[in-house]
Design a protein. Structure first.
Length: 512
């Protein structure tokens, strides 16, 4: 007998629909699995057989052939366990074929017949279209957020077979207990002093500008960066769905409600490999930290401690907002539209009070070269962070809260979206003359910087984008949004943008 069962597998951050074709025919007992399965799928034979027998159903003593169609694509993961078991039961006559029509099955089987969650349920269910889907109870949140058909939650194989046979109704499991607890974002009011760095953080949030903080240990660089997500607007529906798919594919627990609506914050350790940061793998390609931070913030603390080759792997994604992974048998694209924020010490010894650095010039230059010039040029804001003043620490007066700053950021972002359809940081160079015009004095200042080789072509465009954001923030604060919607960028805006693009070499050993 023959049975065809619908399921799906995970490929990078996307789900691919799979037909599990099962034939039970006369012959010596055996089990053949074809269709380019990986090791985890080949092991499904033993898990499915043990689960079926533990649940009290017969395992056919015939020749069993399982084909995973389409056979030209490599499959990975244990999510096909349930589909294989259902296919064998249907092909052997235990389950009528009409009971599985219009339904898909995703889940890993335990040897006792229990159903366990797998990574990437959301993109897999999203690839199934309008058919009903059966998933483990623990995968309810991910399945419900993207499913177009009905979602059936099943705890074990016995429940599923009884429901398919009509011997019992579909189980009604309460999946709320699987919802993870949401944590509050840290507040910007906790940051003492640091008016310049706080202003830079507001500009970065308003315009989606990549930012580098340079300062001695304990100055508050990490504290500032960790508060940036609380200043960003919530994700819109389309972006939230993209982020949810990536997080599900990465095995990250989704928030209550299933949809990721807040910008993610990722802070990988400086020992992270290139594959861990940008994604990859030999057979099963997985999203890296740059893709998991899609729609949010990727924070690289101790930037100079990362391997230079790993850092340079971010140069292309910062421009294209996507990561292309090429392997011998794999071609994949991963989303990577993130806001890069980094922090580093001014020198290996950490700096300190002026004149106390013990690093020689050769050490400083070698340390600075760990961050390549092309990557450094991609930071819109390069901000020296000084140690807070004594009075700021002892008086302990809270600064502006994240809510107040986020309101200004939202207003400036709204202005940019209404004007050009994207944040200023993503503004194409071809549209700068249209929406970020500079007046004569500002143009003369930019010409002076270019003629003295203090700006590259990319840096020139980035200065203009930052200046546009500064002008938008000022317009929002003044309450004259309509008057400034197409207003020229003046010399004040360009001057401040240039001040926020400090030279890394000049900062080495001079930040107290």
């Amino acid at each position: 007998m023959f049975a065809s069962v619908t399921s799906a597998v995970l490929f990078c951050a996307e789900g691919h629909l799979i037909r599990v074709e099962v034939q039970v025919a006369a012959g010596l007992p055996g089990f053949s699995l074809v269709g380019l399965p990986d090791a985890s799928i080949r092991e499904s034979r033993d898990r499915a057989r043990a689960a079926v027998l533990s649940s009290g159903y017969p395992w056919p003593k015939h020749k069993i052939t399982v084909n995973l169609a389409p056979s030209s694509d490599r499959k990975a993961g244990s999510g096909l366990d349930l589909a294989i078991a259902v296919g064998v039961l249907a092909a052997s006559g235990v389950i009528p074929p009409e009971a599985i029509e219009g339904r898909a099955f995703i889940g890993e089987l335990g040897l006792d017949g229990s159903l366990r969650p797998v990574r990437g349920v959301a993109p897999m269910v999203g690839s199934l279209g309008e058919c009903d889907v059966v998933v483990p109870v623990a995968s309810a949140t991910e399945a419900h957020v993207v499913a177009l058909g009905r979602v059936h939650l099943v705890a074990n194989l016995v429940e599923l077979v009884e429901a398919l046979l009509g011997e019992a109704p579909w189980p009604d499991h309460d999946a709320s207990r699987a919802d993870p607890v949401q944590h509050d974002r840290p507040d910007l009011a906790d940051v003492q002093g640091q008016p310049v760095a706080r202003h830079a953080l507001e500009i970065a949030a308003a315009g989606a500008h990549h930012t580098l903080f340079i300062g001695p240990p304990g100055a508050g660089k990490t504290m500032l960066a960790s508060r940036l997500p609380g200043l960003l607007p919530p994700l819109d529906r389309d972006r939230a769905l993209e982020v949810t798919m990536v997080h599900s594919a990465s095995g990250i627990s989704l928030p209550r409600g299933g949809l990721v609506t807040e910008p993610p914050f990722r802070a990988p350790h400086h020992t992270a490999s290139l594959n861990a940061l940008v994604g990859g793998g030999s057979h099963a390609v997985r999203p890296g930290e740059a893709s998991i931070a899609h729609g949010g913030v990727l924070f690289l603390d101790e930037l100079a401690e990362f391997a230079p080759s790993v850092l340079d792997g971010l140069r292309q994604p910062l421009e294209s907002k996507v990561i292309h992974v090429f392997r011998t048998e794999i071609r994949a694209s991963l989303p990577a539209d993130f806001l890069l924020v980094a922090a580093m010490n001014p020198c290996p010894c950490g700096g300190g009070a002026p004149g106390t650095c013990v690093c020689g010039d050769a050490v400083l230059h070698r340390y600075a070269r760990r961050v390549s010039g092309p990557l450094l040029d991609r930071f819109d804001l390069r901000v020296p962070v000084h140690r807070p003043a004594v009075d700021d620490l002892l008086v302990n007066e809270p600064g502006e809260s994240s809510a107040l700053v986020a309101a200004r950021v939202a207003s400036a972002r709204r202005l940019a979206i209404e004007r050009q359809g994207c944040p200023n940081g993503a503004l194409p160079a071809s549209r700068l003359d249209e929406v970020a015009r500079v007046d004569a004095s500002a143009l003369a200042l930019l010409r002076h910087e270019l003629e003295h080789d203090r700006l590259s072509g990319r840096g020139y465009h980035r200065i203009r984008r930052v200046a546009r954001t500064i002008a938008d923030l000022r317009a929002s604060a003044d309450g004259r949004v309509d008057d400034h919607r197409d207003h020229e960028v003046d010399e004040r805006d360009v001057t401040l943008a240039l001040r926020f693009r400090a030279s890394l070499t000049r900062s080495m050993g001079r930040v107290a």
